[in-house]
Design a protein around this ligand. Structure first.
Ligand code: 6MZ
Length: 361
């Protein structure tokens, strides 16, 4: 019997099993939005055993009932508060980080850039300790299959003073762990705060050697998109409302395409928050069809009850993609990571070895 070839592989249907086995790169995952129900429960129980109060447990139970349902962007942001109420100590941040890494590894992710907004809790944890807890969790992660990097987030709602505090903490941590802490992200409720308040911090971080990713156009905001594209970050998150069909304009769309900046696309997040009408009408297809660099991502796999495999499956299903197209999309994602050139080459070798093995199976 002849071994299967890439051509045969192209003809095969994309399936859940295929998407799970596909080696993948996750570049847009927020720690507190990625916590699974299991982790939330365990953190709630831990908190209960330390404080004796079961308030958190009740909150969690209520949140879990509707975990993963469709909800407005505003409601999503309320939900993050529940995870935040449980990651208030270095030990909880450490556990949350380790659990999320393991879950991504179990889903076939070989490279993960995990991002989080450091929080200080008076008398318990500083922003520097929050970052250190994540660094420790990544360094002590026992799963040898997955390479993990950290991105620190600035929350656009928290103001300039908080942003410069975070910047100080991240720059110190970056100088101690230059290979592990790779980037700075600007995220947070797109209906709140002003981008311009954070551009100086982002520029400062860039000068210190950090890569920059900015959440862009989750809601229509042409002035902001213009400024973000002029800043030319290394990656963009979402870009939901830039295409003229989805609240943007032809001019902005062309400007995005001409920038060639890779876009992190989170289909389920956009559909469940209602910022994209459906998977089929997601702007993915407009970027993909003109070969603009894109990477599929989960955003908040806990809040939206998804996984990176599911994102590949849903994208293939709604846009009729073949196995080979998914392979190419997963492989090209490596170029958009903030890993070193050597790490990128190693990852590509690993992906191609896995591909060769699966082609002959
Ligand atoms: C913008 C988002 C987001 O940082 O506490 N975050 N920001 N748009 C989104 N789309 C739905 N999803 C998550 O994780 C939770 C935080 O990540 C940002 C928000 O600031 C949220 O509070 P961390 O680990």
């Amino acid at each position: 019997m002849r071994a299967g070839t890439s051509d045969d592989n192209m003809m095969l249907q994309v399936s859940d099993v295929f998407c799970k086995r596909l080696p993948k790169v996750e570049l847009h995952a927020h720690l507190n939005g990625s916590l699974s129900t299991k982790t939330l429960r365990e953190l709630a129980n831990l908190q209960k055993s330390l404080s004796g109060s079961d308030d958190a447990v009740w909150n969690i139970q209520e949140a879990i009932i509707e975990h993963g349902q469709k909800r407005t962007l505003e409601e999503c942001f309320q939900l993050f508060g529940i995870a935040h109420s449980l990651t208030t100590t270095p030990a909880a941040v450490y556990k949350a980080t380790q659990d999320v890494i393991k879950e991504f590894a179990d889903d076939g992710v070989l490279y993960l850039e995990l991002r989080s907004t450091p929080r200080s809790v008076p008398g318990v944890m500083s922003k520097a300790q929050y970052i250190q807890a994540m660094v420790d969790a990544i360094q002590n992660s026992t799963d040898g299959q997955i390479l993990v990097k950290l991105m620190v987030s600035l929350d656009r709602q928290q103001g300039q003073e908080s942003a410069s505090e975070t910047l100080d903490a991240v720059l110190t941590a970056h100088s101690q762990n230059p290979k592990l802490i790779v980037g700075l992200d600007l995220s947070g409720d797109p209906m709140k705060g002003s981008l311009t308040d954070y551009l100086p911090s982002l520029a400062h971080a860039r000068n210190a050697g950090l890569k920059i990713s900015i959440h862009c156009a989750e809601i229509p905001n042409p002035d902001e998109v213009e400024k973000i594209l002029d800043f030319h970050p290394d990656r963009l998150g979402h870009c939901t409302c830039i295409h003229p069909l989805y609240g943007g304009s032809q001019e902005l769309w062309i400007k995005l395409l001409n920038s060639h900046i890779p876009v992190e696309l989170c289909l389920t997040s956009n559909v469940k928050c209602g910022t994209a009408e459906s998977y089929k009408k997601h702007h993915f297809i407009h970027l993909f069809s003109v070969k603009h660099p894109v990477v599929l991502a989960t955003d908040d796999k806990g809040v939206f009850s998804t996984s990176l495999s599911e994102e590949y499956m849903l994208t293939a299903d709604s846009h009729g993609l073949s196995r080979e197209q998914l392979w190419q999309m997963a492989l090209s994602s490596i170029d958009y990571t903030f890993a070193s050139e050597e790490e990128k080459n190693q990852l590509k070798d690993m992906f191609l070895q896995i591909k060769q093995l699966s082609d002959v199976q």
